[in-house]
Design a protein around this ligand. Structure first.
Ligand SMILES: [Zn+2]
Ligand SMILES: [Zn+2]
Length: 398
């Protein structure tokens, strides 16, 4: 048997592989310059037409056959070849390393047919403008250039759409990390929303400015989930599709059926409080036997009664109105707490998660004042902000 991987071959390259970060950066810079030369060579061969000698119908087809490239990769190189061939300033910056390949990719987006004359005139200025920028800043600078070019070039093509991007990744601890870029209009909407959503608890505030903005972002997202017009109802219960083991309902850990990921106990508990539950009855071997009807854990009329009493989040110091809130079961639903008026209190999504996560104790003291007890014994009280009914609402006849 002959193995395709021969470790001794790798040993011969060891001094090129086992390098320092500085050497790695130098290695990449050198490689990028070679790639620029390669792109110019592609342009030269394409222009010469000799690729047709073996019967290939296009340069792109020749590259698929002889360079074992996918159609997409061949297209990438032909675009790069076209850019460097058309604009001497960009070619010079590419072969000297003054512009990186990622920056050249952004310039390719400026290389539209209708902007070519303008880009030809302004290539040196643009190259100088972006030379010291990183890839993300270059993308913004190129967007701006195209917007200005679009305003200068008179033709019928639709204006360039503003470019907004959001990239996210999940870290090992389950946190979502992200990076985003918004055009000026997007920035205005974003900053206005954060300013409106940020809360401050006065002297009792312990969160940093950064944490308060993070909480504001949570509230904005949760608010959208509760209020978007997706199916035409004003209050959107999360449609819960998670698989739980009936024997662990007291400390629910569940699997999100959409992503297959484990939902942590606090979060599963929060969702169980106020959602639409789809019951799936399974046979012992796990095959679904029947899909039950979707049921609201908190019926609409009951939510309205609780909302009329509480008038918003009942967490002490929180002023979020009803639109931000979910109904919390004071005796937790999964601990067999009942779904009726005295067992429900409104909490905004953020405080609802907090109550489940750190297991706060809630109880009514005189006339719907809500007392919250922390595990360390700290107690705080909130008053209802709505108009409580004079009579306790009677459960509806089924
Ligand atoms: Zn709850
Ligand atoms: Zn709240």
């Amino acid at each position: 048997m002959c193995s395709i991987v021969d470790m001794e071959v790798l040993d011969r390259f060891a001094d090129q592989i086992l390098v320092t970060p500085t050497e790695l950066a130098a290695c990449w810079a050198e490689l990028e310059q070679q790639l620029a030369v390669f792109a110019l060579a592609v342009a030269h061969v394409e222009g010469g037409g000799a690729w047709a000698d073996d019967g290939s119908v296009t340069m792109r087809a020749w590259m698929r056959t002889h360079l074992r490239m996918s159609d997409i990769d061949a297209g990438v190189w032909l675009r790069r070849a076209g850019l460097l061939n058309r604009y001497d300033a960009f070619a010079e910056c590419a072969v000297t390393g003054a512009l990186s390949s990622s920056q050249l990719r952004e310039l390719e987006r400026c290389d539209r047919r209708k902007y070519r004359r303008l880009l030809g005139e302004l290539q040196e200025d643009l190259a100088a403008d972006i030379a010291d920028l990183d890839a993300a800043q270059t993308a913004l600078a190129c967007d701006l250039w195209r917007q200005r070019a679009g305003a200068l070039v008179d033709d019928d093509e639709p204006a360039v759409e503003p470019r907004r991007t959001l990239n996210t990744a999940v870290a090992g601890d389950g946190h979502l990390l992200g990076r985003f870029s918004l055009d000026p209009a997007g920035r205005f909407e974003f900053e206005t929303a954060i300013d409106n959503a940020v809360t401050w608890h006065g002297k009792q505030e312990t969160r940093t400015a950064e944490e308060r903005r993070g909480d504001a972002l949570f509230d904005i997202v949760a608010f959208f989930n509760l209020n978007h017009a997706g199916n035409g109802t004003p209050r959107h219960h999360p449609h819960l599709s998670m698989s739980m083991d009936i024997t662990t309902l007291d400390a629910p850990s569940a699997v999100n059926d959409q992503t297959g990921e484990l939902i942590d106990t606090g979060c599963a508990g929060t969702k169980l409080c106020d959602c639409i539950i789809h019951t799936i009855l399974r046979a012992p071997d796990g095959t679904p036997l029947s899909f039950g009807r979707a049921t609201y854990t908190v019926p609409r009329h009951l939510f309205k009664q609780v909302a009329a009493r509480d008038g918003g989040c009942r967490f002490p110091g929180c002023s979020r109105p009803v639109k931000f809130t979910e109904a919390h079961h004071i005796h937790w639903w999964e601990h067999h707490g009942t779904t009726d008026y005295p067992n429900l209190a409104l909490l905004c999504s953020r405080h609802h998660h907090l109550v489940h996560r750190i297991d706060l104790r809630l109880e009514w003291i005189n006339n719907w004042d809500l007392q919250i007890t922390w595990p360390d014994g700290t107690q705080r009280v909130s008053q209802p902000r709505g108009a409580p009914p004079t009579r306790r609402p009677q459960p509806r006849a089924a």
